[in-house]
Ligand binder design. Structure first.
Ligand code: MN
Length: 319
């Protein structure tokens, strides 16, 4: 159950796209690779994956859980570095705790987003809080990697803690669906996330039969990802079920419609993330936690990490 809910009928509404809007076609619907991240928490990864390496400027998308942990089961990551991009962690259910080599970090809980600009380099650890480990419970979230343009790859590390109350909440044209704006601007409504290149990051809850139409800049690469439930994308009604990503082609607006039947263990709505971003259109060289432009820069990143130039694990940590 997404933490941020609202009575959609009381919210400001998005205008329908202009009559001359060109709805983006669905180029393809891609499934996810099921794998484990960190010390063994389950993720579904629509990209990078066979056939879909990135959706520029987005270089990785991990759908974490949903998993209902038993006591002692919850897992996170060991300490690890990042350079050259931003990790954006949106926690829908449960909590994730961050700590990093600059002394920053914090707890990301129900509906909150942590926007970490790794920039020149940082070490961090991402883990469930001890209370969640002890009791077990639901854990559900998404970690998105947003690439940085070459000019910004060495900016200083930075955090944005976006609380659930900071999100812009709007409804679709008839008040039936909820759209949370985490970053970017749609229809004059602005999300709190500050970005280096223009993107939009939205989470929509779309009830059965409800239609959501959103204008996004024509230059954006755009996709929708089903967190739970199912629905249809585009005028062609491409089926998009949980764990699937619909990649849109060119146009000025997207269209989504909630499926008539939704799983009984869900929210009753199609829970779908909508991402759009202006492509950076630069070469991408990546290796594990580093995303650079050239292989030489990857070699440099490994060297800098190994010699402690990306920071060190704080001594107070017991990890
Ligand atoms: Mn990380």
């Amino acid at each position: 159950m997404p933490a941020v809910t609202a009575d959609t009928f009381t919210l400001p509404r998005l205008a329908r796209p202009a009559p001359d809007a060109r709805f983006r076609p669905v180029k393809r619907v891609a499934g996810s690779l099921r794998t484990f991240e960190g010390e063994g928490f389950p993720v579904r990864r629509p990209f990078p994956n066979h056939g879909l390496d990135q959706v520029d400027p987005f270089v990785l998308f991990d759908h974490m859980g949903a998993v209902d942990y038993g006591p002692g089961e919850a897992k996170g990551t060991p300490w690890h570095p990042h350079r050259g991009f931003e990790t954006v962690t949106y926690i829908i259910d449960g909590a994730f705790e961050h700590e990093d080599s600059t002394g920053g970090g914090g707890l990301i809980t129900n509906g909150a987003t942590q926007w970490m600009t790794a920039g020149a380099g940082i070490l961090h650890i991402e883990k469930p809080p001890e209370s969640l480990v002890a009791s077990g419970g639901l854990f559900h979230g998404v970690q998105l990697w947003v690439n940085l343009p070459s000019a910004d790859k060495f900016v200083s590390p930075k955090y944005q803690d976006i609380h659930s109350a900071d999100l812009a909440l709007v409804s679709n044209h008839d008040g039936s669906a909820l759209v949370r704006v985490i970053a970017g601007e749609i229809g004059g409504f602005n999300g709190p996330g500050m970005t280096h290149t223009p993107i939009a990051y939205l989470h929509a809850s779309v009830p059965p039969g409800s239609e959501v139409e959103i204008e996004l800049p024509e230059g954006y690469n755009t996709f929708a990802y089903a967190l739970s439930g199912g629905g249809f994308a585009g005028l062609e009604d491409a089926v998009v079920n949980e764990g699937e990503l619909a990649l849109f082609g060119p146009g000025s607006a997207i269209k989504l419609r909630g499926g008539e039947s939704q799983p009984s263990n869900g929210t009753g709505s199609w829970e779908v993330l909508i991402l759009g971003g202006q492509p950076i259109s630069e070469p991408v060289a990546r290796y594990g936690p580093f995303v650079m432009n050239t292989k030489d820069e990857i070699r440099q990143a490994l060297e800098d990490f190994q010699s402690g130039r990306m920071g060190n694990i704080p001594v107070r940590s017991t990890e």
